[in-house]
Write a protein that binds this ligand. Sequence first.
Ligand code: PGA
Length: 253
Amino acid sequence: MFLFGSNFKMHGTPADTERFIRDLRALDPPDAQLFLIPPFTSLERAAGALSGSTIWLGAQTVHWAKEGAFTGAISAPMVRAAGAELVMLGHAEQRQHFGETDALISRKVPVALDAGLRVLLCVGETREQRDFGVEREAIAVQLKTALHEAMPTQAERLLVAYEPVWAIGEGGAPAPPQTVATMMTWIHALLAERFGEREPRVPVLYGGSVNRDNCAGYARLDEVDGLFVGRAAWRPEGFVEVLSRALESIGGA
Ligand code: PGA
């Protein structure tokens, strides 16, 4: 099953998200599992709009506590109750702007899993780490620390996105497919070491400036189990086009 989804970041009102979903709702490609990650404020309305659909709804992060005196924060049980099936943790922008560290993520992972959510863990090295040749070490630290508390029995609800920081967002440069293949092999090896060889394996997605022109080059790689797309999928036409091209390239619908 090829995974394909989009993080809307801080874009869109609940009405915008609902319109987006209305345009996509009929999509149910047999070979792909789709997911959407809108802002918190859109979750409940999105869940209503997605009712009966196979598309997973996700939240952009959660707090590490179930509840408490943490003004401004949102917990895993709260997003679950609002209709989320999944939570993304460790996105590069959460790390950069809000101080989400690997140690914090390691506290969030078990709480999210206990709440019944799937966890999409984002990892990726910075340009500086790559320049120093420590990209593998950087990924190993992120993955091992963040997943320290996860139980092997929970691995089936884990997904990982490899998103090199230098490839993400405006000004990001899409990673060469060969680089992605190398890093994905490394991530699969780390996951196998942590959770044992599994069938199916913990899926690893690529994200970072994926678009209609480069998606096939990533989707075709054996190491890539899905794509995680930002800007290029923020309009329904873009979402559908990138998805279709990716699926075509692997011989799917
Ligand atoms: P982008 O975003 O596709 O716009 O580079 C990817 C991401 O931040 O997950």
